[in-house]
Write a protein that binds this ligand. Structure first.
Ligand SMILES: Nc1nc2c(ncn2[C@@H]2O[C@H](COP(=O)(O)OP(=O)(O)OP(=O)(O)O)[C@@H](O)[C@H]2O)c(=O)[nH]1
Ligand SMILES: [Mg+2]
Length: 185
């Protein structure tokens, strides 16, 4: 029975709308809410306020409905990240790639989160945001600074983006809307 219902779900996903559940995490001020707003409206809105807890957002892109958890990055909200990442299809980690002083903390928080057994195998997309700013790390430098090469047992992708100038946002959107559901290895 389980097999048949899975087969029917898979076949329908080929022809009808797909839903993808994503969690957007990262330190405070990395630009998570800004990024989600840009995905939704294609416009940069400078007037974001720090996210308290989380925002739930649903964004339709073609056949794909993105169901997002935009989580607060302040230290007091980080303990709850795992709870919102357990059942997602992909974890999106956003980092301010020009904020060199916070890269070590960002890396530590990311690896701490990924060590949860409940998150084993869930795909990871790392976005180095704010590449419009001087001194922003490129993708290669980000991979090294966040020690992404040490991550095993899951699919990892990394892009340098700017929510402000919308640089590479189309590439990220293409990546997300082509993700298979429950991208677990
Ligand atoms: N220069 C530049 N500034 C950006 C970019 N993206 C976001 N910002 C700015 O960064 C600041 C923080 O953005 P938010 O989107 O609120 O950050 P957040 O990660 O949601 O922060 P929390 O909700 O506190 O976790 C705002 O002033 C944004 O305008 C970008 O690509 N470039
Ligand atoms: Mg926010």
């Amino acid at each position: 029975m389980r097999f048949w219902s899975r087969l029917v779900n898979w076949l329908s996903s080929l022809f009808w709308n797909q839903e993808l559940e994503l969690s957007i995490i990262g330190l405070q001020s990395a630009g998570k809410t800004t990024f989600v707003n840009v995905l939704a409206t294609s416009e940069f809105d400078e007037d974001t306020i720090p996210t308290i807890g989380f925002n739930r957002r649903h964004i339709r892109k073609g056949r794909v409905q993105l169901r997002l958890w935009d989580l607060g990055g302040h230290p007091k909200f980080r303990e709850s990240w795992e709870k919102y990442c357990r059942d997602v299809d992909c974890i999106v980690f956003i980092v301010d790639s020009a904020d060199h002083g916070n890269l070590e903390v960002a890396s530590a928080q990311l690896h701490k989160l990924l060590s949860w057994p409940s998150l084993q195998g869930i795909g990871l997309l790392v976005l180095g945001n704010k590449n419009d700013l001087d001194g922003a790390l490129n993708e290669e430098e980000l991979i090294s600074a966040l020690n992404l090469q040490s991550i095993t047992g899951r699919t990892v992708a990394c892009y340098s983006v700017s929510a402000k100038s919308q640089n590479n946002i189309d590439v990220v959107l293409r990546y997300l809307t082509n993700l298979p559901k429950k991208q677990r290895t």
